[in-house]
Design a protein around this ligand. Sequence first.
Ligand SMILES: NC(=O)c1ccc[n+]([C@@H]2O[C@H](COP(=O)([O-])OP(=O)(O)OC[C@H]3O[C@@H](n4cnc5c(N)ncnc54)[C@H](OP(=O)(O)O)[C@@H]3O)[C@@H](O)[C@H]2O)c1
Length: 237
Amino acid sequence: MSDTAYDTTPRSILVLGAGELGQPVLRNLARRARETKETTISVLLRASAVSSDDPDKQRAIAEIRELGIEIVVGDLVKSSIDELASLFARYHTVIGCAGYAAGIDTPMKLAKAALQARIPRYFPWQFGVDFDVIGRGSPQDIFDAQLDVRELLQAQTQTEWVIISTGMFMSYLFEPEFGVVDLKNFEVNALGSLETAATLTTPEDIGKLTTEIVFADRGSATRSCSWRAHRDLGRGC
Ligand SMILES: NC(=O)c1ccc[n+]([C@@H]2O[C@H](COP(=O)([O-])OP(=O)(O)OC[C@H]3O[C@@H](n4cnc5c(N)ncnc54)[C@H](OP(=O)(O)O)[C@@H]3O)[C@@H](O)[C@H]2O)c1
């Protein structure tokens, strides 16, 4: 294990993506970094996002610049594992926030790049439902792909990994194709049956929680762990 792996201060953090989740993660990290003055925050974005005419994207980029976050231009799909590894190696902590948008093979590619880079700490994009609870063989292929990532990370001790399971994003309830909150018809439909419970978290709260975990003084606590917000929020590593 490298000496840097024991350095618990995340002096340089790279966030991958700045969408629904990445933006609140960046916002909260930058606020905290401003207080500690010891940490720099960077975000990897595609060139098309940086130069986009879309007003929402322009607002997001303007906020990123205002927060003093460095923009690194790159593409998670087009870059090879070697290219990503040499980029990641410049950082203490890498946090995946590219969601499923970058495709089913990308989570494994990013995890391999993180391990190859021997970064001290890696947060894969696993913020949604807890894939260990769902198990293999669900109708969603991406869940099995996410379990493969967990197994890869768990099988090594070089890079500390942290999985934060926060249940579904709150916004997902309102997606018309999900059909739970039907705003058009003023109806709320149960998921399967009235007994089905679901854990929901807003991305803003996930951003706050992630920042608390990133900056937590962990002392000699277990170096790799999962956070299951719905079951043991307040404990963990
Ligand atoms: N937990 C849940 O309840 C739940 C349930 C279902 C789905 N989801 C997933 O949650 C996600 C929504 O939040 P999110 O913030 O994770 O995703 P998102 O809002 O789709 O943001 C994705 C970010 O990754 C970037 N990105 C995509 N492809 C990239 C590439 N090849 N290289 C570099 N950057 C890339 C996007 O940049 P650009 O601006 O360049 O596109 C964007 O900044 C969706 O992916 C959705 O599938 C969550």
